[in-house]
Write a protein that binds this ligand. Structure first.
Ligand code: HEC
Ligand code: HEC
Ligand code: HEC
Ligand code: HEC
Length: 181
């Protein structure tokens, strides 16, 4: 009897692991893909909003004297190569290369997909429109509706420069809505 329970629990774990694996399989396509449809005034200039925010510079920031000083205190030689820093300063850090599209670039820092989820299965125009109209579920295709929790995966006390994070206030600084038609 006990043996059967053990076998059952192991199968359950394997089953659950296969699920979490499947979820990671959406490919990261990179800002270079999103930008083709999200730069015009009609679309809402999401590209410009992002370019003007520090998220687009988050990788560059790791090369500054300030970053190097912060890293030195933790015995890190090069923050642009350190997992301890990259995990919050670039998109898809530590994701297997086979899930990174040709346009994915580390230099893009915290890109669209850091907040919206890997775009490989939702970036096509037909699919995007259907999601927007509510005719298609975005979540199962990898599209995340970013909220306070999304931000706090990076804006948290593990960040060496963390002070506080007021979602309502900070989200206004990066907002980039689709204009009402
Ligand atoms: C081929 C064009 C195209 C590409 C590429 C594209 N989008 Fe879209 N996206 C659209 C269209 C069209 C809409 C619907 C809104 C509209 O008509 O302006 C949309 C809507 C969205 C929405 C709102 C969805 C909702 O929940 O209502 C988000 C978020 C979004 N896109 C993010 C992205 C991200 C991130 C990428 C890159 C991974 C991307 N898009 C790539 C065309 C595109
Ligand atoms: C847990 C996520 C996280 C980690 C890990 C992290 N950062 Fe950051 N970093 C942030 C966030 C978020 C900001 C934006 C400022 C804020 O709100 O804390 C930031 C801002 C910065 C800035 C800009 C200066 C400032 O005060 O805003 C520098 C420089 C920096 N980080 C360097 C580093 C270095 C070097 C490492 C590795 C030793 C590192 N960060 C690790 C999340 C992180
Ligand atoms: C730091 C996180 C973050 C990044 C990076 C980011 N977004 Fe967003 N995006 C959001 C949040 C949060 C919202 C919902 C905004 C709100 O409440 O104003 C949003 C909303 C949107 C919408 C509009 C949805 C609607 O229904 O109006 C589109 C389209 C979109 N983002 C596309 C993009 C594209 C394209 C990029 C990259 C160029 C990008 N986003 C980068 C967090 C982000
Ligand atoms: C993948 C990690 C990550 C996520 C997720 C993330 N951020 Fe950030 N954010 C950063 C880093 C890193 C910086 C600092 C970049 C720098 O200074 O170079 C930053 C900077 C900012 C800034 C300062 C921007 C400016 O231009 O002055 C604001 C505001 C901000 N984030 C809001 C948000 C909000 C709101 C969300 C959630 C919708 C969010 N962030 C999600 C990592 C992240």
């Amino acid at each position: 009897m006990r043996k059967q329970i053990v076998v059952f629990i192991i199968s359950l774990i394997v089953f659950l692991l296969s699920f979490s694996h499947a979820e990671n399989q959406h490919k990261y396509v990179g800002v270079g893909k999103c930008k083709t449809c999200h730069k015009s005034a009609k679309a809402g200039e999401q590209l410009k909003s992002w370019q003007e925010s520090k998220h687009s510079k988050a990788y560059e920031t790791l090369a500054t004297a300030e970053a190097k000083k912060m890293a030195k205190e933790k015995n890190i030689a090069d923050p642009q190569k350190a997992p301890e820093c990259l995990k919050c300063h670039v998109t898809a850090y530590n994701v297997d290369k086979k899930y990174l599209g040709k346009k994915h670039k580390i230099e893009d820092g915290v890109g669209c997909e850091s907040c919206h989820g890997p775009g490989g299965d939702y970036y096509k125009k037909k699919v995007m429109k259907a999601i927007y109209k509510g005719e298609q579920d975005g979540a199962s295709l990898g599209l995340i509706k970013p909220d306070e929790k999304t931000c706090k995966t990076c804006h948290n006390p593990e960040s060496p420069s963390f002070k506080d994070f007021n979602y309502k206030k900070r989200v206004k600084e990066i907002t980039h809505p689709i204009p009402k038609k």
